[in-house]
Write a protein that binds this ligand. Sequence first.
Ligand code: ADP
Ligand code: MG
Length: 748
Amino acid sequence: MSDGPIALDDRVDVLAGVGAKARADLADAFGIETVRDLLEHYPRRYQDAGEVLDLSEVRTGEPATLIGEVLNWSTRRVPKRGQRRPLEIAEGRVRQASGRVFTATFFNQNWRAGQLAPGTVAAFSGKVKRFRNDLQLASPDVEVLGRVAAGIDPDAAAERLQHQRLLAVYPATEAWPSFKLARLVEAALERLPTLPDWLPEPLLDELDLLTYDAAIRAIHLPPDHPTQRAARRRLVFDELFTLQLGVQRRRAQLEAEVVGLDNTPVPDGRAQAFLDALPFPPTGAQQRAFAELAQDLGARRPMHRLLQGDVGSGKTVVAVWTLLNAVDNGRQAAFMVPTEVLAEQHFRTLTTLLAPLGVNVLDGIRVELLTSSTPAKARRRILGELLTGDLDVVVGTHALLEEGVRFADLGAVVIDEQHRFGVAQRVKLKEKGGGPTLDPDAADVLPDVLVMTATPIPRSLALTWYGDLDVTVLDELPPGREPITTQLITPAQAARRDRLYEFVRTEAGRGRRAYVVCPLVEAGELPAKDVTSEHRRLSEQVFPDLTVELIHGRMRPDAKDAAMTRFRTGEAQVLVATTVIEVGVDVPEATIMVIEDAERFGISQLHQLRGRVGRGGGTSYCVLFAGWSGAELPEETLRRLEAVAATTDGFVLAETDLELRGAGVLFGRTQSGKKSDIKLADLRRDRGLVEETRARARAVVAEDPDLAAPAHRGFRDEVARRFEGRGVEVVEADGDDELAAFAALETG
Ligand code: ADP
Ligand code: MG
């Protein structure tokens, strides 16, 4: 039965010619195990094969497909200037049915002579050139049609090719070149019956989408460009819509089992008093955020919102306001941040901001810091007060969630810089305590959750990656932010390093301070600077007249704290640091940010680091040293660094990042190199569909969270099939990769 009907879930070896070895190769090289996988191995691009012509009809310089029989090969080597390896040129003489002969030329592809042994009939597509009275095709695309000995009929082949001018070009390997994959795909499509659609017809009509069957055929064998584009659009819709349905549904399922809390802003409450006491009016963006959050806080549905705002956009004010609304409603609140340094800093900020309302005084707000360095006695007291409800607000690291910390009545949680706060994490919050309820049958309660990030994410990516979160963007900086000048310095401009150090010294004389960031803690395998040696070098050789401090993640908390304090107070003027200082650290007098081996950092990291300066005190400076550890700087790296030097707009940088790295990288990683759910969608190009699918998925899930209605069963099955065993969570859980990468850098 090697030509009977097949099904999408059949293994690829149902196809003729695919044996055990081929099956293993396809799985290794492309992750292709089933017929469906094969069909989802989408073309990388399309080659316009031009018309199938006889040599007498071709016009030079235009694409054409020439079919003929290979007569013989000649190969030669031509020395190439500046290259040790000579250029290998293989020229095949090919005779057409009309008897006319042309030359197919290949460069550094001598294997073609083996692939196209004399007697092979093949179609050669490319642009025809005239060269010394000979017609040539240079580096043509090749489709092997068969061998003369096997009785190939060039006319039949020509007729088929004539229909298929757009030839799919697949991601390929040497063992599995594109044309072989194309054949396999064609064979599969021939044997597949008309494929059912998981989208209902009215929806297809409404959105003007091709059927799945038409789309999957046309993406591989497009009759023309418009049809190919329509096919792509349908398949991208499938990817995004299932993803959105999956993510929205998980959220809906969690929330179906719980009740949200009513944290509606109280008139004349402390949240309002806090705003009234601020020395500045909220920005327009902050006001919009308050309005959006107020809706969530008062809703029966628990808040789960992402607050995105560039460094310095004033997220802390929004965070504090959120916490106070829980307090105003008689509940407790928690503020969680990634590191102890930040926890301490936020605690200080919080006590300062809340000072007008009274902190830890009679009638004031009770706020405590809880970290792993909190002394045992204080810790016991704090835990006790959380349990009795005497403590209003606790500030700590994300570990607050893990430890046995329980609350009398936890109303709101603000989480800074933890992207992976998804369903799994929210489930843990259920156990944190909604207070002893009198009704034993009461459902679990879920506090309102606000996740904050200073990593600007393009909206399309945010809506996909964090699909289950509502998103608020602080897209406006408070007035009076100081400008930051950024420079890129490569070893070719070595003298500028000395000038920079002089400048640091001058600035230090005026009460200003500098950060020097290095990728490593200690000299390690990577050819990159480490803070330990750099601290020694700077304090002993470069700045013997200044005080240079050191801070990194492997130091004891009290030592870190001491170093930070000396830098903050100005006792030290230079702070050598790893990326521990990346988020949130706020020292207004620091006006210089020096980043060593900047090529080791991603765009968002560089942007975050730079955000540590420009917080007051006039113009700030950011200097990116790149290429100093000996390695060449690849083009893409240079573009990244130049982009950072060119703008301080985080959203512009985020778009550049997405463009340079591609969302595929972000999604691709989620399954550790395995197949990604996003194969075709391009979050920049398909922005419209991202919005469309999200809105639709939300509407569907709001009405039918279990996708149980007959009209939605197809959706449910498709979502289950796509995410089977892997969980939609994977997609959101990946957000911390970036942080994990920093941590890895830090520990060497
Ligand atoms: P983010 O956490 O978003 O990086 P912060 O909350 O730390 O930003 O705010 C940065 C600085 O701007 C802080 O010094 C803060 O007091 C100040 N700030 C916040 N909101 C305003 C505002 N509306 N007007 C003026 N300054 C503000
Ligand atoms: Mg902040």
